[in-house]
Structure formats: C-alpha cells, structure tokens
Design a protein around this ligand. Structure first.
Ligand SMILES: [Mg+2]
Ligand SMILES: [Zn+2]
Length: 211
C-alpha cells in the first residue's frame, strides 16, 4: 500500500485570509473536489496521512480540543464521501519552540513512517508551501506542489530560483540581492517534482502514473 501525505491548509481546505488559522469548524472550508480526490485515492488503495503545522495552538489562538473537533468533523465529511484518512499528524508548537516536527523539518513524516512502516521512497507529499516541499524532500518522499492556498506564491519562488540559476542574477535587483540569493539558494535545493492546479488534478495524475 503506497502512502500519500497531505498538507491540510491550502490543500484540503482554504487558507483563511492573511495567513490566518482555522480556529473552529465554521472557518473550515473544503477546497472544491478535495473530498473527491481523497475518495479516489482511497478507492485506488492509497493510505492517506495528513501532516499539518498548527502553530496557532502554540500561539494560544485555539486549543488542542478545537483542533481535535475540527479534525473529527473533517474526517466525518471525508468518510461520508467515500474517502478515508488513515491518521493525522500535527505540530502544535510555536514557530520559535525549536521542535522537531514543524515543517520544513521532516519529523512528522519520519514519525509516521516509523509508526506505519511506510516506505518513504515510494511515498508522495502534496503541499502548497515551500516548507512542505522541503520537509518532504528531507524525508525522502516525492513531492508535489499544488497551486491552491499559498501555492501560487510558492510557484513564483521556484520560478525565481530557476531564473537565478540560469542567469546568475536575480530579477529583484542588487539592493535586495543578498536576501534574495539566500532565499533562492534554499528554494533551489528543494523543489517539487510535479506541480498541479489543485489536489484533485494531482491525484488524477498519481492514480494514472504512479506504479
Ligand atoms: Mg498549507
Ligand atoms: Zn512541533
């Protein structure tokens, strides 16, 4: 059984505006066809595992109980449409806490692999942020960027990195050169293998092409 790791916000559900957090079920809004995508993965024998940073807990914006409630309702809706979520890993820590689980660190993926005996080299991670792609690659899974959520911004990041690699300079100009170089160097080390418009498009490709 092959495994698909899914980021949550920006992949399964819409990101609240201004890099906000989903604090209650009322703020949870499925991305069109996301449930259908998970159903298709389930029907094609994939194990689906969610890996999500939820620093809003560490920031005191919502509680672990709020998150558990959101996740049980999310799973119930996905189950109703014929999909299945095997397990959900989340990082509740503040970004400054220095934990091992917050993406771009690969901690949630390596823990899931140990607990579910996942062959990481065959697994995929689907995410909308550069931090998802980095975490996936550090764990040794194949990575797919989707253009929902923060995906368009992430895509721009990789495009700039490509321009930089090709020309030896960046499009931003010399004044911001150093910061841009650092960011671009990082994003060119970790790049998604595939890019799709949304989760449904990514899963259609996977089901057809993953052997
Ligand atoms: Mg995301
Ligand atoms: Zn953590």
């Amino acid at each position: 059984m092959n495994t698909i790791f899914l980021d949550r916000d920006g992949v399964i559900n819409q990101n609240p505006p201004n890099w906000g957090y989903v604090r209650t079920w009322e703020e949870f809004d499925f991305i069109p066809n996301a449930q259908k995508a998970i159903r298709d993965l389930t029907e094609n024998g994939y194990r689906v595992i969610v890996v999500t940073n939820q620093a809003g807990i560490g920031r005191g914006l919502f509680s672990e109980e709020n998150l558990t409630d959101i996740h049980s309702r999310m799973v119930a809706e996905i189950t109703d449409t014929g999909g299945s979520i095997d397990s959900i890993y989340y990082c509740p820590h503040h970004p400054d806490a220095g934990c091992k689980c917050r993406k771009p660190k690969p901690g949630m993926l390596t823990r899931a692999a140990a607990e579910h005996r996942i062959e990481l080299s065959r697994a995929y991670l689907i995410g909308d942020s550069t931090t998802d792609i980095e975490a996936g690659q550090r764990a040794g899974v194949s990575t797919i960027l989707v253009l929902t959520g923060h995906g368009k911004k992430s895509y721009q990041h990789y495009t700039q990195a490509t321009l930089f690699q090709q020309s030896g300079t960046d499009a931003i100009g010399s004044r911001r050169r150093r910061t841009a170089d650092e960011g671009l160097a990082l994003s060119s080390r970790y790049r998604p293998e595939k890019i799709f418009t949304n989760l449904y498009a990514a899963t259609c490709w996977l089901i057809k092409n993953d052997t």
